[in-house]
Design a protein around this ligand. Sequence first.
Ligand code: NAD
Length: 510
Amino acid sequence: MAQILEYQHFIDGQWTPGESGERMEIFNPANRELVGTVPRATTGDVDRAMESARKSFASGVWSGKSVEERADILFNAAMLIAAGREHMGYLESLPSGGTIRRTSILDAASAAGSLALAGALAAQALPAVEHTICPPWLAPMHSYWRREPIGVCLGITPWNFPLILAAYKIGPALAMGNSIVVKPASITPFSTLELARILHDAGVPDGVFNVVTGPGSSIGNYMASHPEVDKIGFTGSTEVGKHIAHLAADGVKRVTLELGGKSPLIVLDDADVDVAVNMILFAFLFHSGQVCESGTRLLVPRKMQDEIVERMIAKIKTLTIGDQMQMTTDLGPIASADQLQTIERYVAIGKAEGAQLAYGGRRLTAGELEKGYFFEPTIFINCNNQMTQVREEIFGPVQCVIPYDDVEEALAIANDSPYGLGGGIASTDVARAQRLAGRMRTGSVWINTWHILRPDAPFGGYKESGYGRENCYHALMAYSEVKHICQDLDPNPDKLLFELLGLNQQKGGM
Ligand code: NAD
């Protein structure tokens, strides 16, 4: 059995035990073995983290550095993540169930890329100061505006991609000169805590980056409404996201919300079926379906449904489901018992509402799988868009196939959702696919591919999938304020402007 990992909070540059001494146990979802413990934060721990972030921000130790100095340190951190990618992958996979083949390659590279690129874009692409051409406006004036940090940011992340989703917040927050406190999900805290070590070693000053561990249910409200917090970057469910938006509104805090999804994938009748089948499987099985923008509403031309589903099933049978820590595993476990129950509940609802089960639908318990939370890839066919399991986010390896008769109907179904996170099109006709992409009401559209979240491209949702964007310069703007500075250049005390208040008239007087 692997060594039990023991982490503390990271506050003010120090590993700090929680004030209550209470710890949360973290388990491997593949076998339910204990793999580590972290502190269960109290409001006192949260106060200390917020105070350290505020103090470091006000001191200018980070916010006062040049954007180039900050970019250099973020680049150092990116290099350290890349150099330790195998260890990072281990820490990420162990509690989340994500395959180590993915986390040690893609997740580590993506997190490193997000930090490095946020620094580089802030230094090279986003003007720190912008000038107007300064035409006289009532009087000769010099007007310019500059980007400034917001202050103390709070990053709250879910359990499915803790490393990448933390980096999406830390990169732009730090690049723009903010201080930040991050709270990872209770069941997957290790990689975020390891990021604290890396950022510290890379040169981020004490207090600028803090991590507090604890359940959202006990400290979440306190953190999100904390008076020291100026900006919240939240990724998680739509339900909790709405709640956070309410809490933030009371303090007029800035908010970015990355929430749930139920993303439609439209297969056009000109699609290459081999490409389409790979795309469909990648879209709904990546990380065993526990991805916010998974393609889980599959719209296929009615006459192609049987062929596509048959080929999907044939390929699913070749996939290796098992221990996420083995490089040969394709699909790991579901992250928790709660999430497994949610998937089972939705599959039961699907059956009850009359969707036809073409494959799967069961928990996997053969051999070693019995120890963990494994669920079979599942395909419902002949669904309609009103069924509960088609409308609501399941967050598991469940595909709902909806046959359609013409493309306008497919588009209407695709857009008929409270969510608007991802969308996709399988087609060999470039122009046709791009025209359709422009009409999909989603924040991302992938054509003949899926899950492409590039650090240099904006990512976020329409409708109840959230607001604001992560990545690219859009994220830098979301983690900064813009200040207009205006200087009147006219030395004449009898300025035209002052006359508006009658200040230049000789009135009474001594
Ligand atoms: P969740 O909403 O239950 O929890 C997310 C985070 O919020 C966790 O850290 C949790 O501890 C915290 N939290 C819970 N209650 C809180 C409160 N009252 N105040 C403050 N924080 C609180 O989500 P989850 O189950 O961890 O993750 C799955 C969800 O995340 C899915 O809905 C998925 O679609 C969504 N997600 C969205 C994106 C995106 O980029 N749009 C990415 C990944 C996951």
